[in-house]
Design a protein around this ligand. Sequence first.
Ligand code: GDP
Length: 242
Amino acid sequence: MENAKKADDLKRVIIEKLVDIYEKDGVFNEKINFQDGVTVMLFVGVNGVGKTTSIGKLAYKYKQEGKKVMLVAADTFRAGAVAQLVERGHRVDVPVITGPEKADPASVVFVGMEKAVAENVDIVMIDTAGRLQNKGNLMAELEKIGRSIKRVLPDAPHETLLALDASTGPNALSQAKEFSKFTPLTGLILTIIDGTAKCVVVLAIRQELEIPVKLIGFGEKLDDIGEFDSEDFMRGLLAGII
Ligand code: GDP
């Protein structure tokens, strides 16, 4: 009994300490930066980390909340990527803006942005290509996409979210470093966290790059996405250890 109480106390203190380390200055904003007008969310990340899946889940969530949502398929490079996003959009009855095959992603984004503003959309989510192996092209492409967004809304994007597969471990840190060289990141989406609750790398990313985790994906169902809560997360890290 006494020991169990001690273990609980210890756990609580460790969780508090980890949350303190994570939150550091207490000004870490984990909330999505929603606007009164159009909110533009740009999604980046290497292929296979759950970008498209997360966009589909968020489209469902925001629509449920009564928001008018639009998706833009700017990954025109990878065969099947556009079709995959279109399918996600259809599933939750949200429009998806696409261009012709191999279209310039920035031009698709420009068309999508104009449409979103004209139609008074609340949230636009833009899917992008993730081929890190060709860094020069990717950087130029993301810059051009950024310019397209700003031509329509100078203060956008309001979020640039990097998707990371929680099971990749330290490699996630190097992905975050690479991408933050290309484009300023406002937050992370940690996906596939259902497979591994022990994503310690989040602490490292926080310490080294000052990028907050904003969303977590924890399964393949439409509502398997949520906001990040540092206390819950640290409790998950310790589960089974003490
Ligand atoms: P993208 O290339 O970054 O757009 O990645 P996808 O969205 O296509 O996801 C890659 C794979 O991971 C797919 O098989 C998804 O079903 C799966 N996936 C994505 N998010 C999650 C998650 O939170 N949990 C689990 N278990 N699987 C996920």
